[in-house]
Design a protein around this ligand. Structure first.
Ligand SMILES: [Zn+2]
Length: 270
């Protein structure tokens, strides 16, 4: 396991049911085989709750974002050395992580993939999908990971903790990031808002990194049931910002043709 103690940064030794460091900090192993390394975690919900995790699982299971998963899987293979290790930071319910791990495993006959998310429900979903992925419940702004530990780091639609991303990557390691493009889900926003806005794509230069690749992936997909549309809506930030009357405009739809618009970046750590 490549995770370290959140409290002191020391290596974790795995026993039967716990992971413990030499300073006596210990973490219980959950039934799914992962460790909750969140600081001060006394229950409570962090990150996505179970409903959101289930909605995302249902939507992504429909394959609408499979072109993106295939692309990121291919990039992970291209930029990770055969004996290298990869981290998915803020992995959600692991749709992309699983795709990446399988790609590496199928091509190399082995893999060394770790992932974490701040949501326990999300991490539990990953553990059900793919037992080869090493898992922890943890946050992006305080990664329980030693300096220069990973060769590749993945971030798909998760908040970017730039300092931490740079710290845990090897020199010459690669950072692969996917974000929503300008037109992503524009039709869905057009249903909700009178004057929908395009997504802003922030400055793509990252300090301490060289930009190696910046490419869009844009296509249309079609949803044919209220349930699918609801699942998509529940995955978006709009689900929380939308008034009930506007939300009903979405849930009343039977079909929706929508734009998927992604930007994918590869950076090399300097
Ligand atoms: Zn410790």
């Amino acid at each position: 396991m490549r995770f370290v103690c959140t409290k002191c940064g020391e290596k974790l030794n795995i026993n039967d049911k716990t992971a413990a460091c030499i300073n006596g900090h210990s973490y219980d192993r959950a039934r799914g085989g992962y460790y909750n390394l969140l600081l001060g975690s006394t229950g409570g919900v962090h990150g996505d709750n179970k409903d959101m995790v289930l909605a995302r699982r249902a939507f992504l299971g429909g394959g609408y974002y499979a072109p993106l998963a295939r692309w990121i899987g291919g990039l992970a293979l291209e930029f990770t050395p055969v004996d290298g290790c990869l981290l998915d930071a803020g992995a959600g319910e692991g749709y992309y992580t699983d795709f990446i791990e399988r790609t590496l495993y199928e091509h190399n006959g082995k893999s060394d993939v770790s992932a974490f998310d701040i949501s326990k429900d999300a991490v539990r979903e990953i553990s059900k999908k793919n037992p080869r992925i090493s898992l922890a419940v943890a946050g992006s702004y305080h990664m329980p990971i030693a300096d220069s530990e990973f060769d590749t780091l993945i971030n798909t639609f998760s908040p970017l903790a730039l300092e931490e991303t740079r710290r845990v990557l090897n020199t010459d390691g690669h950072f692969i990031m996917a974000i929503p493009g300008e037109m992503h889900l524009f039709e869905l926003k057009s249903v909700i808002y009178d004057t929908p806005y395009k997504n802003e794509v922030a400055d793509t230069a990252l300090e301490g990194f060289e930009l190696v690749m910046d490419e869009p992936l844009t296509y249309k997909f079609r949803l044919d049931s209220q349930e699918q549309i609801r699942d998509l809506f529940m995955m978006t930030p709009y689900a929380y910002r939308t008034r009930p009357s506007d939300r009903e405009k979405v849930t009343a739809l039977d079909t929706l043709e929508c734009t998927a618009d992604f930007r994918v970046f590869v950076y090399k750590k300097l």
